[in-house]
Design a protein around this ligand. Sequence first.
Ligand code: NAD
Length: 438
Amino acid sequence: MTVIASKCPDYKVTVVDISEEKIKAWNSSNLPIFEPGLLERVLKARGKNLFFSAEIDRCIDEADIIFVAVNTPTKTFGEGAGKAIDLQFIEQTARRIKENAKSKKIVVEKSTISVRAAETMASILHAGNNSVQFEILSNPEFMAEGTGIRDLENPDRVLIGSRNTPSGLAARDVLMDIYLHWVPEERLITTNLWSSELSKLATNAFLAQRVSSINTIAAICEVTEADVTEVSRAVGMDSRIGSKFLNAGPGFGGSCFRKDILNMVYLCEHYQLNKIAAFWEQVVSFNDYQMESYVKRILQAMFNTLVGKKLAIFGFAFKPDTGDTRDAPAIYICKRLLEEKACLKITDPHALDNAMKDLQGMKGVDFIEDPYRAVEGAHGIALITEWASYKKLDYQKIFDAMEKPAFIFDGRNHLDHKALYEIGFNVYPVGKSALKHL
Ligand SMILES: NC(=O)c1ccc[n+]([C@@H]2O[C@H](COP(=O)([O-])OP(=O)(O)OC[C@H]3O[C@@H](n4cnc5c(N)ncnc54)[C@H](O)[C@@H]3O)[C@@H](O)[C@H]2O)c1
């Protein structure tokens, strides 16, 4: 919404949320999320054509277009638990829109939901004898956290799904007008509602599948002396495949991949497409295996015991340039390392507050902002998030502060392994042979 406000000065954008605390933060200089470039843009547009308000009912009534971007987590209870999307927030929002709308509205699904969810929304909005007209569009969001502003300002494509009726197409054109303020027309794709909803799930499934695919190749590399960086380069230069999303690592994370694939699995099972459900579910279960493999590599390298050993964890966010830790591999990995009775010193430039919540109540873990302090007396370093700042650290100083033999487990192949080895580290990358002095 910040990008829309900054690109469309002729529109008034008001963001509402049931969390008054978040709205308060959005109205301060301490925004509730960290995203490069966001604060500057909020400060420029806020109070001009961008507003943050907790007065949801009034804002619903005043709006012509309502973007629904509420959370759609995986259901944790009852039918479909662990797979299906919990639609309670979507339903609450639809009911509130219906209660407060006195004039016709275009309702845009921004949240990622299941295929045919627009039907549920329409049923709620049109139930009873409300004379207000609602038109529902699907406009899934493809931006990635950490590069959100760049992705939104220069999107690969903007997808708009609508009903193929005169009022559906008219609503679609209203939304297209907004994007046409800065997105070239050829990048606007229009489809029917269901294709649009499915395209979002399919995109995340394909992206996650690429990560799992390269991680399977990394596992083969580790036992055959092939090097996953070399293999990934060779594979990625095939123009049919492309080079993006081919970096091996400790597994994918984030609030979307697992949730969206499992939602697709649930959808397939619902339609008795069981082989297809099993195909996609494998992408998720392989990711669990990958996180566990990273832990096993640490355990085996450190003489099969971590009891009482200090490990510095470099990076907790699910990716760099965000403070988001939702479904971050670091959560699983740290919990497993604690189970092995290691002592963890976790450091991250922006995610420590969330890390504290994720590991709340767990013993043997400290949260330390300064990486140089985190490594004092450590037996090993586990690099889980590839923050650019970790490349610039003085690793001789770090080595000197650590117990010997000193281990480094570069879960992202982010550092200069040869240089680390020469300093004296035992280096364990992903998908490559270890460089060890032992
Ligand atoms: N985070 C991403 O990178 C990303 C990318 C693409 C799509 N999505 C999708 O966007 C949606 C939102 O994701 P998010 O990461 O921003 O989630 P989030 O949990 O960070 O934010 C959702 C917000 O909705 C608010 N909310 C819940 N119910 C409400 C209601 N009835 N009325 C008003 N506000 C309400 C919550 O208080 C919360 O602040 C999800 O469906 C997600 O799958 C997210």
